[in-house]
Design a protein around this ligand. Structure first.
Ligand SMILES: [Zn+2]
Ligand SMILES: [Zn+2]
Length: 168
């Protein structure tokens, strides 16, 4: 499709736009993002001040089924969560890298596979021989809680709990 409502489609910032000077959502230069114009047809003035998110992250897919009306803060949280961060599998015997894509996963100890997940949660294989309290404190200073946990094969909270448990 290279026209929308009979208007030739151009691109701006990677998004399809059309010239439409008197559209309620037109920007400087008299252009409107097609995905916003489509959303406007369905939701009217509600769209003003709101963001429109492409569910499949394809900027060219302006089918209404792919468009989601969101508040600016909700929208930015979706995009932050969509950037994957890399972690080492939480199971201590495994060195695979896990790509974490959802916010929820960031707060858990992600494993690379359900196999590792089972071993990790069963706990029998994750029990470790803790170094001395002072060594752990030094490690936390150097690597942080997450980095220390990773090196010892426990979660960052596991490290916190150890320090609490062994506090004099
Ligand atoms: Zn979006
Ligand atoms: Zn693993």
């Amino acid at each position: 499709m290279n026209t929308y409502k009979g208007r030739p489609i151009q691109h701006q910032n990677g998004y399809p736009v059309v010239s439409w000077a008197n559209h309620p959502l037109s920007m400087r230069g008299g252009r409107v993002y097609v995905h916003r114009a489509v959303t406007y047809e369905h939701y009217g003035d509600t769209v003003i001040g709101m963001h429109v998110h492409h569910t499949d992250h394809d900027k060219d897919n302006f089918d209404i089924s792919n468009l989601e009306l969101l508040s600016p803060s909700k929208h930015s949280s979706i995009h932050k969560a969509a950037v994957p961060i890399l972690r080492i599998c939480a199971y201590s015997e495994c060195t695979n890298v896990v790509a974490i894509t959802t916010k929820r996963q960031r707060h858990r100890n992600a494993c690379c596979s359900s196999d590792c997940g089972e071993k990790y949660t069963s706990g029998t294989l994750t029990r470790i021989n803790w170094p001395t309290r002072q060594t752990v404190i030094d490690m936390v200073r150097k690597f942080g809680y997450v980095g220390t946990g990773r090196r010892l094969g426990v979660s960052d909270n596991g490290v916190r709990k150890f320090l609490k448990r062994t506090a004099g």
